[in-house]
Ligand binder design. Structure first.
Ligand code: 13P
Length: 255
């Protein structure tokens, strides 16, 4: 059986360093009892050093929310994969829908970032998902298929086995509208079939596919108990230790 993985995406929060330190302290205490679930938190870049330090000697891993594909050079304002690695991170989120929507991320830049992450020995969490318009016009599978085929094009089986996929329907992000467990499962199963076709069945069977979009303690068990849902990428509910721990607790009970 695949394990469960719960990752928190803090997005552009919190503004204040003290709030971030308080959240880490609370998370450390609330998550201490859980030993089976894989757990990660992904703070903004400026918090990576502090958060890595706060979670040292725990089973809480840390990830960044983005990276640039060049390692060094004249690229003002960018952060590279080796920098993220040297800050102590294990993971990096790539191709989040907010980056696709507001910052010009494309399937090709997702591929470049994924390649850079793997080269630096970071585990990429690659996000895919359709907009409401795409779902309503019936092209959701085509959209997700293109995101996977192009974003993950050309990777070897050894490389792809390090990638985590996150299915995040854009219409469910931050809206309080969660995909129903059946809607989410249908897409997760589709993504796994696609991964089997593009790579291999044995790779697809092992890959973790997370669901993201208004995951809360109240809906976590129903979502996480679906056959192809291996965990969650949590936004809003990852900013409160109680709600994040509630989701981890649901995962823990299903392992
Ligand atoms: P919410 O959980 O706030 O809907 O955000 C989901 C998300 O985008 C995680 O990456």
């Amino acid at each position: 059986m695949r394990t469960k993985f719960i990752a928190g995406n803090w997005k552009l929060n919190p503004v204040d360093g003290q709030q971030a330190r308080d959240l880490c302290r609370q998370l450390k205490a609330r998550l201490a009892p859980f030993s089976k679930t894989m757990i990660a938190v992904c703070p903004p870049f400026v918090g990576l050093g502090m958060v890595n330090e706060a979670f040292r000697d725990t089973n809480i891993a840390v990830g960044a929310q983005n990276l640039y594909w060049e390692e060094t050079g004249a690229f003002t304002g960018e952060i590279s994969a080796p920098m993220i690695k040297s800050a102590g991170c294990t993971y990096v989120i790539i191709g989040h829908s907010e980056r696709r929507q507001y910052f010009g991320e494309t399937n090709e830049t997702v591929r470049l970032r994924t390649q850079a992450a793997l080269k630096a020995d970071l585990l990429p969490i690659v996000c895919v998902g359709e907009t409401l318009n795409e779902r309503e016009s019936g092209v959701l599978k085509e959209v997700v298929s293109e995101q996977i085929r192009e974003g993950l094009r050309g990777f070897s089986e050894a490389e792809i086995s390090k990638v985590v996929v996150a299915y995040e329907p854009v219409w469910a992000i931050g809206t309080g509208k969660t995909a129903s467990p059946a809607q989410a499962q249908e897409m997760h199963q589709y993504i796994r079939e696609l991964l089997a076709e593009v790579f291999s069945q044995s790779i697809a069977d092992k890959m973790l596919i997370l669901y993201g979009g208004s995951v809360k303690p109240e809906n976590a068990t129903d979502l996480l108990s679906q056959a192809d849902i291996d965990g969650a990428l949590v936004g809003g509910a990852s900013l409160k230790a109680d709600s994040f721990a509630g989701i981890v607790s649901s995962a823990e009970e299903l392992i």
